[in-house]
Design a protein around this ligand. Structure first.
Ligand code: F6P
Length: 304
């Protein structure tokens, strides 16, 4: 998030446009927690995790009267366009403001990689690198103790984190909400690896499938292998952003500002085939994020 905020602020000031930061998400918007930002306000943040603007969930923002209050605050501060950086909930808020006639541009920021209209979201790569680090460490213990490990990762209803980290981490089995699994097949795969002399097995479970503990319980009913569970949790959401995320955030944040300067509100920016794209935010939210099933097929082929 921080490299995206920096890009928005710096790009706007580069074009002689004043920038204000809204602190605490839509809650800060409605209550008027809004402050002018300068070049220096975003100094020394590019390498920091989290967001200097803080974040908050505000379910009441689904109410059009609350949205109107937000728009009144923006107008009272002389703000003519809004860049919203976030995931699903933030996008729904940006769509609502757009429908109320206020120009907004959505920038996809979530570790889940589940925003339609972009192949990658800001934070996904950083989270993946954290997960990979954990898998590599867990593998050492799994090998020396000849254990099966179930590692539960985040992703809400999307399997992207599990799939990419599982593939990159050489997991024997990856479970994603987009595809049903067959416990018999999982058990057979573990057995055949064991019979070939494999010293460990790593199973990555997306939280959208079931909890790691629940899956381990099922596994123990169907196999004889000693199993341990590791739920990675919120460590996936923090830490210094990777190079890929910093570059992505810089490009997307700057593009959002360009669109507003060009008078194009109601858009959602994204990246496809390494090119910046933008879509109507209302249409973007009607699309469905699709996980790369070819990657899933490949992961199965490579983990025989
Ligand atoms: O959307 C990001 C995410 O980290 C999901 O992967 C996870 O399910 C959720 O947020 C956790 O939310 P909270 O921190 O509110 O428990």
């Amino acid at each position: 998030m921080n490299p995206a905020i920096r890009a928005v602020v710096r790009k706007a000031i580069f074009h002689n446009v004043e920038v204000y930061g809204i602190y605490g998400g839509y809650a800060g918007l409605v209550s008027g927690n809004i402050k002018k930002l300068e070049l220096g306000s975003v100094g020394d943040i590019i390498h920091r995790g989290g967001t200097m603007l803080q974040s908050a969930r505000l379910p009441e923002f689904a109410n059009p009267e609350v949205q109107q209050k937000g728009i009144e605050q923006l107008r009272a501060h002389g703000i003519e366009g809004l860049v919203v950086i976030g995931g699903d909930g933030s996008y729904r808020g940006a769509r609502a403001l757009t429908q109320q006639g206020y120009p907004c541009v959505g920038v996809p920021g979530t570790i889940d990689n589940d925003i339609p209209g972009t192949e990658l979201t800001i934070g996904f790569d950083t989270a993946l690198n954290t997960v990979i680090n954990a898998i590599d460490r867990i593998r050492d213990t799994a090998t020396s103790h000849e254990r099966t490990f179930v590692i539960e990762v985040m992703g809400r209803n999307a399997g992207d984190i599990a799939l990419w980290a599982g593939l990159a981490g050489g997991a024997e089995t990856i479970l994603i909400p987009e595809e049903n699994y067959d416990m018999k097949e999982v058990a057979e795969r573990l057995r055949s690896g064991h019979d070939r002399g494999k010293k460990h097995s790593i199973i990555v479970v997306a939280e959208g499938v079931c909890s790691g503990y629940e899956f381990a319980r099922q596994l123990q009913e169907n196999t004889e292998f000693e199993t341990r569970v590791s739920v990675l949790g919120h460590i996936q959401r923090g830490g210094s952003p990777t190079v890929a995320d910093r570059v992505l955030a810089s490009r997307l944040g700057a593009r959002a500002v360009e669109l507003l300067i060009e008078g194009k509100g109601g858009r959602a920016v994204g990246i496809e085939n390494n090119k910046l794209v933008d879509y109507d935010i209302i249409e973007a939210l009607e699309k469905k994020h699709t996980l790369d099933l070819d990657l899933f097929k490949l992961s199965k082929e490579l983990s025989i």
